[in-house]
Design a protein around this ligand. Structure first.
Ligand code: TTP
Ligand code: MG
Length: 367
């Protein structure tokens, strides 16, 4: 466990401080809690637990990863790589129960917690008096004491670098990254390590001769925009330079309303996503009208099949409760997602709300 934050010249309080907390081999680790006799054995969690049936690996213990087994791989391939592995079915109910306990620990440590997936979250500890390492160590200890699980934590000045950092020294890691570390520690990594680079983007970058984050950083912004469009191109450029201005998306604030749905099956059908979004936007507009409220920001949230969660936001020129305007803004947001993975949940909300002004033609006789 290595943490260099304390050695930096700059006082911590002057920089934004984000933590990314990610549990190690989550599904497998939860299974080990109730099957301690399996500790040290290669463990594969996926589908119904039958390695001869169709289905993919949800996760593999670190022992099983040594055989080349990883998330997303067909179970049958995993079996071929390691027939001696123990295969167990997915038990979402149990994983969700433990996940809720972990999130509770995190919320007790910081008010600003962004739930980023079943086993991961971001914390903003900028205003905290405690040192980053000190806080991260305390969180690791608390999670271990409460659940018996280990996690890895990344400390950095933004979410992007914190997420990269948490992955650098797994399992049970505590790693700090500053902007100055970019060249030496981030640029040599595969471009795939950047959030927003899925298999399709990775393949396209490969055709452009770009394999590492450093090679991506060397690409002119104009070229990335020409290849990937303005939003995704700019994100790739900024991410490769360690720039990430995204704030934490904490619980929907009280002064906003929203809807979200989890699909019965993960979907990659854009039409279905758009239709669902349109329905939710219209419903939301109706509710705002009923309460005589208007809102100025429209946020769309997508949670992918692997639980990675992203949001896109659009600020309108005028606060509104007009169904068309909200729907259009929601579609603009949807267009900014790289739909490279199946989607599990879609949500939309309208924020920055206030009561609508009385119509100009409204009678004033009530005075
Ligand atoms: P991850 O945090 O990506 O993986 P992990 O916790 O198993 O391992 P690591 O130590 O590298 O963090 O995902 C969390 C859980 O989400 C994982 O245990 C199983 C589930 N998952 C899937 O079901 N499918 C997937 O493709 C991935 C990546 C994860
Ligand atoms: Mg994890």
């Amino acid at each position: 466990m290595q943490c260099q934050y304390a050695l930096r010249q700059q006082p911590e309080s002057t920089v934004r401080r984000n933590l990314h907390v990610d549990t190690d081999a989550f599904f497998a680790a939860v299974e080990l809690l109730r099957h301690p006799e399996l500790a040290g054995r290669p463990l594969v969690i996926g589908g119904t637990g039958d390695p001869h049936a169709r289905g993919v690996v949800s996760t593999a213990s670190y022992e099983a990863r040594k055989y080349g087994i990883h998330s997303g791989m067909p179970l049958r391939t995993a079996y071929r790589l390691c027939p001696a592995a123990i295969f167990l079915p997915v038990d979402f109910r149990e994983y969700s129960r433990i996940s809720a306990i972990i999130k509770g620990v995190l919320r007790s440590c910081s008010e600003a917690v962004e739930d980023a997936g079943i086993d991961e979250a971001y914390l903003d500890i900028t205003g905290s008096k405690a040192g980053s390492c000190q806080m991260a160590s305390a969180i690791k200890r608390e999670i271990k004491d409460t659940t018996g699980l280990t996690c890895s934590i990344g400390i950095a000045p933004n979410k992007l670098l914190a997420k990269i950092a948490s992955d650098l020294d797994k399992p049970d890691g505590l790693t700090s990254l500053a902007e100055a570390d970019l060249k030496a520690r981030v640029w040599p990594l595969s471009a795939r390590k950047l959030p927003g680079v899925g298999p399709k983007t990775e393949a396209k970058l490969g055709r452009m001769g770009v394999r590492t984050i450093g090679e991506l950083a060397a690409q002119p912004l104009e070229r990335l925009i020409a290849e990937f469009g303005p939003a995704h191109g700019r994100w790739l450029h900024e991410a490769a330079h360690g720039i990430d201005e995204r704030p934490l998306v904490t619980e929907w604030e009280p002064k906003s309303s929203g809807h979200e749905v989890t699909f019965q099956r993960d979907v990659d059908d854009w039409q279905l996503l758009a239709k669902t979004l349109a329905q939710m936007a219209s419903r939301l507009a109706g509710e705002l009208k009923a309460e005589n409220c208007v809102g100025r920001t429209v946020t769309v949230k997508l949670r992918y099949a692997d639980f990675e969660t992203h949001t896109r936001e659009k600020t309108l020129e005028e606060p509104t409760n007009d169904a068309d305007a909200i729907r259009r803004a929601a579609f603009d947001c949807l267009a900014h997602f790289a739909l490279e993975k199946k989607v599990r949940l879609i949500g939309v909300r309208v924020g920055e709300q206030h009561k609508a002004a009385a119509p100009r033609s409204a009678p004033t006789a009530a005075r």
